[in-house]
Design a protein around this ligand. Structure first.
Ligand code: SAM
Length: 399
């Protein structure tokens, strides 16, 4: 079997096991993940599973291939809109003593602890009547969630007034204080393969699942969103991340028509917002997240020139061949997108193709127009005068 065929088999295995899509532009990431499991390449990885038949290697790969990017108080405006007292009143009406919350795809625990902090603030000074269950497919991520121990950089998004209240200093790290810790349990759960709600769990009043569905193919995302909704107690709330909702526009229409209360699902995400989130992820160096958001954007808006351009930029440092494809697509849609032509020149430069690089730089120079404001959202503070200087320098070096 060729190395490429073996890699595709591993990508299929990951998709079957977890729902995670690994399109062609994530193959470099998959190769790296396989190497981090200790196998030299996809062939060796497949041989290892065939020989040992054990789950350990597959689970280790899932730990490596999942994107566990998260933070305390992430997209907090969405979480601040949770009506804790309303949820409690509904729970009491249903004869329950506690508001039950599921943080599905909780990664290393920050989202679950943030929910616990928000609930504690809402019910202060008494202990909040809530129990929070955080689940994830990655055992490694859950191990860190369970430890509840974070470096100072990871807690910097916790509002300063709350840090002392909920986190204790322990050596160079911060540890979740017992009063907060008591509100949260963690368990391993696969959103694609396991029952919902997780085995042994009663239905929930609030299910929070953010920045998880964006990594699934649209059908799987839709199915998982359905089973999350099915894990709610009647009248409960499903809160999806803004980007996770994009594929669900038709369903949303139905939910709104029936007037059911799903605050998190009532927001339509515009392509511009999704592009802005992708730009932010790329700026922060979160390549995987940026590529996933761009993939979702392009699935709904295949001619989104900004999406193809940004994908090219993200791919350029590690996969210039893929970057050429993406940037050429951007230029097919808009041949006057000068900065895309400039980046295409750089991608050809990285591949050592001087003739194509020269053609792309010439196109960039020819179409450069400092009054063109169409791509300001993408280009931010880039000075087109600097771009022109760089292009001229590169063209003269190539001739
Ligand atoms: C980007 S993190 C999001 C963390 C958190 N919800 C947030 O928004 O900050 C995505 C998480 O989803 C988890 N995940 C991916 N596929 C999963 C699956 N099939 N079942 C459960 N969790 C999954 C990953 O392991 C990862 O920790």
């Amino acid at each position: 079997m060729s190395e490429q065929a073996a890699l595709e088999r591993v990508a299929d295995l990951v998709r079957r096991e977890s729902g995670l899509e690994l399109p062609a532009n994530r193959q470099a990431a998959l190769r790296a993940a396989i190497r981090r499991t200790g196998a030299a390449g996809p062939d060796e990885f497949l041989a290892l599973i065939a020989r040992s038949g054990s789950r350990a290697a597959v689970e280790r790969l899932l730990d490596e291939v999942t994107v566990q990017e998260t933070s305390f108080y992430r997209d907090v405006r969405q979480l601040e809109a949770i009506g804790w007292h309303g949820l409690y009143a509904a729970a009491v009406r249903a004869d329950a003593a506690l508001v039950r919350v599921w943080s599905a795809g909780c990664a290393t625990g920050e989202e679950a602890y943030t929910l616990a902090m928000l609930a504690s603030e809402a019910f202060a000074p008494g202990p909040p009547p809530v129990e929070i269950v955080g689940t994830d497919i990655s055992g490694a991520a859950l191990g860190r969630a369970l430890a509840g121990r974070y470096g100072p950089r990871r807690v910097r998004t916790v509002p300063s007034g709350l840090q002392d209240r909920y986190l204790a200093v322990d050596g160079g790290a911060l540890v979740v204080r017992p009063a907060l810790r008591r509100l949260v349990r963690f368990a391993r759960h696969n959103l694609v393969g396991d029952v919902s709600p997780p085995a042994g769990e009663a239905p929930f009043d609030l299910v929070v699942c953010r920045n998880v569905l964006i990594y699934f193919d649209p059908e799987t995302a839709e199915r998982v969103a359905g089973s999350l909704a099915g894990a709610l107690r009647a009248g409960g709330t499903l809160l999806l991340g803004a980007a996770d909702q994009l594929g669900r526009a038709q369903r949303l229409g139905r939910d709104e028509a029936t007037g059911s209360s799903h605050p998190g699902t009532s927001v339509h995400t515009r392509p511009d917002d999704l592009l802005a989130h992708a730009v932010a992820a790329a700026d922060a160096g979160n390549t995987e997240e940026a590529l996933a958001r761009i993939g979702l954007l392009l699935a709904h808006d295949p001619l989104n020139v900004g999406g193809h351009f940004l994908r090219g930029l993200v791919e350029l440092p590690h996969d210039p061949r893929a970057a050429v494809d993406s940037l050429r697509r951007a230029l097919l849609i808009d041949p006057r997108f000068s900065v895309a032509a400039f980046q295409l020149g750089r991608a050809y430069d990285a591949l050592g193709d001087e003739a194509e690089a020269r053609t792309a730089y010439a196109q960039a120079l020819h179409t450069l127009d400092s009054d063109d404001l169409r791509y300001d959202q993408l280009l931010g503070q880039i000075d087109l005068g600097d771009v022109a200087t760089a292009i001229r320098a590169r063209i003269s070096a190539l001739t």
